[in-house]
Design a protein around this ligand. Structure first.
Ligand SMILES: Cc1cc2nc3c(=O)[nH]c(=O)nc-3n(C[C@H](O)[C@H](O)[C@H](O)COP(=O)(O)OP(=O)(O)OC[C@H]3O[C@@H](n4cnc5c(N)ncnc54)[C@H](O)[C@@H]3O)c2cc1C
Length: 195
């Protein structure tokens, strides 16, 4: 399915709701303890790993993962592996998925910096982006979209928005040092912060 196409999304949602009946029959018929289970509800929205990403003042890339990048404007550090999934059903796509899955992961204590600039859209003013649509290439979206990464960008976007409102500034001109200081006060892991 294509998460940027509403027809494709609707088809996938309908297919998923049909599929759930099959799960119910399987659980009831084959798994001990589930004979009397009842399907109570299904998700109201379809979960999808990848859709649109904003192009920001900086684009986080796989090179940043490899180099354990440190940024002056980092608002957190993250270590989740590149959890890239197959984009279609072809054998090549699945091979790529498994190869990448094994390849890009850190040893204990290693991490990459998450720069403030990936929250700031290049061409849209007065907007901050958090979560799985931050500015990153496909490989890095596969790391930073995993929920602790969304907490990092969400917390930073919230703090930056509050400070921008207070100071009457736009996100692109935010006082990043003030954002970092406030994040550190609230317990964010910022080991490379100067001062
Ligand atoms: C199948 C699957 C398995 C996953 N497994 C894991 C896992 O095991 N561990 C993990 O950490 N992560 C996992 N993830 C990834 C993680 O769940 C997502 O990347 C993360 O939840 C994204 O958070 P988000 O806030 O950016 O976006 P979302 O969670 O998609 O939130 C966006 C919200 O915006 C709402 N919205 C959309 N349009 C509008 C609108 N116009 N107006 C108002 N609201 C709107 C949506 O309804 C939604 O609630 C998984 C994802 C999928 C799809």
């Amino acid at each position: 399915m294509d998460g940027t196409d509403e027809v494709s999304l609707t088809e996938a949602l309908v297919w998923g709701r049909k599929l759930i009946g099959e799960y119910e029959r399987y659980y009831k018929g084959y798994l001990t303890g589930y004979e009397r289970m009842e399907l109570a509800a299904t998700g109201s929205m379809l979960g999808i790993r990848e859709t649109r990403r904003i192009t920001g003042a900086y684009v986080l890339t796989l090179d940043d993962f490899v180099s354990r990048a440190v940024f002056d404007d980092e608002i957190g550090r993250y270590c989740y592996p590149v959890d890239i999934h197959a984009s279609d059903n072809s054998a090549a796509s699945f091979d790529g998925f498994y190869a990448d899955h094994m390849k890009y992961r850190y040893a204990e204590g290693e991490s990459y910096g998450v720069p403030y600039r990936i929250l700031v859209p290049k061409r849209v003013g007065n907007l901050l982006v958090a979560g799985r649509c931050v500015s990153a290439d496909r490989a890095m979206q596969s790391s930073i979209r995993v929920m602790p990464g969304c907490y990092i960008t969400g917390q930073a976007a919230g703090v930056a928005a509050a400070l921008c409102v207070r100071g009457g500034t736009k996100p692109a001109q935010a006082d990043v040092c003030a954002v970092q200081r406030r994040l550190k006060e609230t317990g964010m892991y910022l080991p490379h912060l100067r001062g």
